[in-house]
Design a protein. Sequence first.
Length: 438
Amino acid sequence: MPHSRHRLPAHLPARADGTVADAPISSRDVSMPDSPHSASAPLRIAVCAGEASGDLLGAGLIAALRRRYPTAEFAGIGGEQMRAAGCDTWFDAHELAVMGLAEVLRHLPRLLRLRRAFRERLLDWQPQVYVGIDAPDFNLGVERWLKQRGFATVHYVSPSVWAWREKRAEKIGRSADRVLCLFPMEPPIYARHAVDARFVGHPLADDMPLQPDPPAARTALGLEQDRPLLALLPGSRVGEITRLGADFLGAAARVLAAEPTLQVVAPMASARARDAFMRVLAAHPDADALRPALRICDGGARTLMIASDVILLASGTATLEAMLAKQPMVVAYKVAPLTYTIVKGLGLLKVDTYSLPNVLAGERVVPEFMQHDCTPDNLANAVLQRLRDPSEFRRDVRPRFERLHEQLRRDASATAADAVAELLSERARDGAAPEAAR
């Protein structure tokens, strides 16, 4: 369906504290079909994804649900992938791509206006179920608001309750009727708080081959087979690239000085990401030394990971993709200083490792450099160690990656769709429907 946008109201009422007031709830004729696929009224499924990874999950879920309900309608917030799958996106996913306490505070007025307009649109549209994909700061509030009004709600991708503030699981349960988890260690945590959570696996594990082919990947990208290759992935968000780009480029320059035949490739997730990276490169003192070896491309991150000898990347979903590519990696991350100060000062973290390969393995199998440890020298030394001596990785780490890949491979989109369909059937069987809004 074509991309359409819901225009924001010119004026939104505000409380004295500056927050946006909820829209008054007016009486509406609210109805739900007797079954999830009633011929008398089309099944309506609202989906909200807040960034590229969520957009991909949403597209897979929509495709799997459409196989069950061919006439279903899908609408909400998403990106190009969800639009291609047939979702009418009232707002674009990039409008929610904000993370970190400081960043959220800066964008709060805009996000509050968007949330209010989105909730009004949902109330008008009357979906049988709302699926919030990741973006917990936005989605959990919308889910709670809808659940209080009798709508079925699903949260797809658990926040990192295994890393910090486990008691959030109970709060998430007040927002979502069902939580769909990508990782096996998450449902037991929710069970301790009496929340219905299902491990559905990860779509990346379904999509990527158990035995990747690096030479074929290099051929596909037009890269030389006999030169070492370093992949640079400083993140998909502009904020990430701004914070990490200079350190990544500095590390690449140091590795290039030690390995003059090095190829360096940086795949960009979007035009906005490319523009941000180019600005960092233009201001970098090593730009002239790097340019002959550096290639910046649009997309193709997965193929590049498979082709690489070492991957230097930002902590996040990309580390899982690098693990599934079965290649050595060095992980780094920085958040805004205010965010870091608040999180550390309040003791909110309960783990000392952050990247998904380490969390899934239960031990540190890949090096991590966070915040103050994320320096060009530290990153370059770790990259050079793995570039020059890959034997330890091949012997000890790659077999772990293969076992973890098999554990996560569960046909995730279909399994997630099963969980949503089961909830729809339960609601239809129980005769549940949103109460007429008052």
